[in-house]
Design a protein around this ligand. Structure first.
Ligand SMILES: CC(C)(COP(=O)(O)OP(=O)(O)OC[C@H]1O[C@@H](n2cnc3c(N)ncnc32)[C@H](O)[C@@H]1OP(=O)(O)O)[C@@H](O)C(=O)NCCC(=O)NCCS
Length: 136
């Protein structure tokens, strides 16, 4: 079995997954400020376009997540996270595509991908993701 054969299933977050999502974010964003506390972000996001909080699972294990939102003019995609041991399999690309699909369904014409400066070490992968999405 090759690692790349594992399939990611992407769908909107379900409240029963909050502990798994909190664990993922705590691992991937250990330096996040208090306003990004996982439990706060989950509660806030569930009040506005909850269908745009997406999670990705492999065999029932939550391994990735992304948040998107549409303000009526622009769409935003942020807090993209893949568990370290599941990276480089195209899972972030899949999550971003699903987020874009969700934004498109709301009539969103243009999307911004937000990356906090502290996460800029991922900028090469973000650029690659962006390039790949544009050419998809
Ligand atoms: C950035 C992140 C989401 C990428 O997740 P991923 O599932 O590994 O991304 P993908 O497999 O879809 O990679 C897409 C492309 O990005 C590039 N890429 C991914 N990780 C990379 C790395 N560490 N170095 C260089 N390029 C990278 C590659 O071109 C890759 O395609 P390839 O594997 O076919 O070469 C993940 O590394 C992560 O969670 N990082 C920490 C959190 C973060 O910085 N999030 C973004 C800002 S909020």
């Amino acid at each position: 079995m090759t690692r790349r054969s594992e399939r990611l299933s992407v769908r909107p977050f379900h409240y029963g997954e909050r502990e798994a999502l909190q664990r993922l974010w705590a691992r991937v964003f250990p330096d996040d400020p208090p306003w990004n506390a996982p439990e706060v972000m989950i509660e806030n996001k569930l009040k506005v376009q909850p269908e745009l909080l997406l999670v990705g699972k492999v065999d029932g294990t939550l391994v990735g997540a992304v948040i998107a939102g549409f303000d009526g003019v622009r769409g935003w995609i942020y807090h993209l996270a893949i568990a370290p041991e599941y990276r480089r399999r195209g899972f972030a690309t899949q999550l971003v595509r699903a987020a874009e699909d969700g934004l498109r369904r709301l009539g969103c014409p243009k999307v911004n991908l937000q990356v906090r400066a502290v996460n800029l070490r991922s900028s090469r992968s973000i650029e690659a993701l962006d390039t790949r999405l544009r050419s998809a």
